[in-house]
Write a protein of this length. Sequence first.
Length: 265
Amino acid sequence: MVSRRFTAEVLNVGNELLDGRTVNTNLSWICGRLTQLGYVVRRATVVRDEKSEIARAVKEVLRRRPRWLFISGGLGPTHDDKTLEAVSAALGKRLVLYPEVVRRLEKRYMQLFEKGIIKDPALTPERLKMAKLPRGAKPLENVEGAAPGVLLERSGVRIVCLPGVPKELMSIFERELAPVLAKEAGGRGYVVRSLTVKDVVESVLAPVLVDTMTRYPSVYLKSNPKGVEDGSVVVVDFIAEKSREDELRQAMEYFGKKVEQMRGG
Ligand code: ATP
Ligand code: MG
């Protein structure tokens, strides 16, 4: 059982994700980064751009009390961007105008105007919407776009809202959150290495996977079959905590030898 301190959940918002128009790369990216940083993502939820659905999902996550909740999508200026409204409702907070975010938006739209990208730099109600954050939230600077990220805390759960645009999401995560997460997790974090095994099918590899994990219990092996068109290819991931890197190396060697023996035999 992982200490609650190092747990996270992800909530992705967007009709496009559930209509199958957009691949949920934000989820795989966030999960990958959190794993590297030493966290365990316990669950991911995907909901449509509906205020009640988002609010309900947030309340459900809060009941499970992970340390972090990462929400993506729905922070923009359009009518279907309802994430902050929903999060505010779920927490019983009001949306309030943040003057520092207004100033940043003014600057951004002025720059876009000067570059000739927009005809009018005025802060329309749509643009101003992005400066309304749940009371008490901390804005997270978005250097790649307009809508800032948002960080707030409720009952020991840190809730982060990030824009859906992958480039913006990644940039806010790396600049504003990764240092905090790395510090919180200390020396934790996982190492992942992979071996590609050709021409031995997964069902034949199965006992070798178990044998290796029994011998090296701190190393977790996960096999990923990659298709059998030109002969079988299986990529095997070896996962261990950073402090167990030696065992991970030994497990890879052991596994490699066993597979070679099987080929020979
Ligand atoms: P914006 O400020 O641009 O309006 P937003 O926070 O409102 O950002 P969305 O409107 O939900 O974000 O999505 C913006 C873009 O990002 C869309 O092109 C969408 O397909 C893409 N996107 C949204 N969610 C994801 C996701 N989970 N994975 C990959 N791409 C995504
Ligand atoms: Mg959207």
